[in-house]
Unconditional design. Structure first.
Length: 184
């Protein structure tokens, strides 16, 4: 049986290095592990309890929840915007956290990775993402980390899948996420 990991990317930019990192994860997923890149975060409206009612939930939010519910784990890729988590990723976590106590993220294994231009590779955003995912009910793997600094220069002419150091580290993250026992 294959372990299904849903990848969510906190950048909507077409040339996003975090998206490229997620694409690399899809390509290098070890045998027995499938990484699915969720398309459509741009279509998910800002979370609003007024539209999160039976019969009114937007289709894009329903698709996100269904994809997360079908996954065994979540792998979140985050850039760092002004020292914190991008709104699109925070919004996805908010939708996945509801209904409170039984949302699609509850009990799911979650790992957070990413790349950013700065010298620390977006660690503040990753820390905030881990915090939000944990409060939302995810079983965050706090010790599974990958922060890649200098994204604008490191990936200027090289896709992350062509960077041996990155693929080795990313493969380890995927393996840890896949091998960690499911939360109860």
């Amino acid at each position: 049986m294959s372990v299904r990991i849903l990848a969510l990317v906190g950048s909507l930019r077409a040339g996003s290095h975090n998206r490229q990192l997620a694409e690399a994860a899809v390509k290098i997923a070890p045998e027995g592990t499938e990484v699915q890149l969720f398309e459509g975060l741009a279509d998910v409206p800002f979370y609003n309890e007024d539209i999160d009612v039976e019969g009114a939930v937007p289709a894009a939010a329903t698709e996100l929840r269904e994809a997360a519910a079908a996954a065994d784990a979540l792998l979140l890729f985050t850039p760092e915007y002004n020292g914190t988590i991008p709104a699109v990723l925070k919004n996805a976590i908010d939708w996945l956290s509801r209904p409170y106590g039984s949302g699609a993220i509850v009990g799911k294994r979650v790992a957070v990775v990413g790349t950013a231009f700065g010298q620390y590779g977006g660690v503040w955003a990753q820390d905030e993402t881990r915090k939000a995912a944990g409060i939302a009910g995810g079983a965050v793997l706090e010790d599974v980390k990958l922060s890649i600094p200098g994204s604008m220069t490191r990936f200027a002419t090289t896709h992350p899948v062509e960077d041996a150091e990155v693929t080795t580290a990313l493969t380890e993250v995927i393996q840890r996420l896949a091998e960690t026992p499911a939360a109860v």
